[in-house]
Design a protein around this ligand. Structure first.
Ligand SMILES: [Zn+2]
Ligand SMILES: [Zn+2]
Length: 176
């Protein structure tokens, strides 16, 4: 699993007192060892942080999806985003954009996208995630030709033809 962004809530790597018993620990590793040894019931730094800092609430993804983020074992902290929800990632961008489109469209309306062929899978996954249904049966039915801007610029016939893919907002709510 790839984490794009790891600066979430965690245990700082500084000299600190154990919030469970007051023992002094010179850094995060030392606190982690101490918590594992002396406060087994907490379940490591994750449990320690949940009890003393987060009052039992796992932080939510900053993208606004409402889902809980994962604990990053190596960095001893919660991630800010779920994988792919980071706004700087393409997947996150697609999901947010498609979410807006899905919200704006009336049920039964279609969303026609013109994407390069290597992105079709990612776009489809993102669209389905926000509640669209793929209408592959309509993909070829659209009278959309080649990029006429490319033609104007004198680009030859070897231009990549982009895929036209069609999604529909289902009548009965989303497919979440
Ligand atoms: Zn302690
Ligand atoms: Zn999210």
């Amino acid at each position: 699993m790839v984490y794009n962004h790891v600066v979430g809530i965690g245990v700082d790597d500084v000299d600190q007192l154990c919030l469970e018993c007051g023992r002094r620990c010179c850094n995060r590793r030392s606190l982690g060892n101490h918590v594992n040894r002396s406060h087994k019931e907490l379940g490591g730094l994750l449990g320690y942080l949940l009890k003393h800092v987060l009052v039992g609430v796992v932080p939510k993804c900053l993208c606004g999806c409402g889902k809980e983020v994962h604990w990053h074992k190596v960095c001893y902290r919660f991630n800010d985003y779920l994988t792919g929800h980071n706004p700087s990632s393409l997947a996150g961008y697609l999901v947010r954009t498609l979410q807006v489109a899905h919200k704006a469209l009336k049920p039964g309306c279609r969303c026609v996208l013109n994407v390069s062929s290597d992105l079709v899978d990612l776009v489809e996954a993102s669209a389905v995630q926000v509640g669209f249904v793929r209408r592959a049966d309509l993909d070829d039915a659209l009278p959309v030709g080649r990029d006429h801007f490319a033609k104007k610029k004198g680009v030859g016939s070897d231009i990549r033809v982009e895929s036209i893919i069609v999604f529909e907002k289902p009548i009965q709510g989303g497919a979440q």
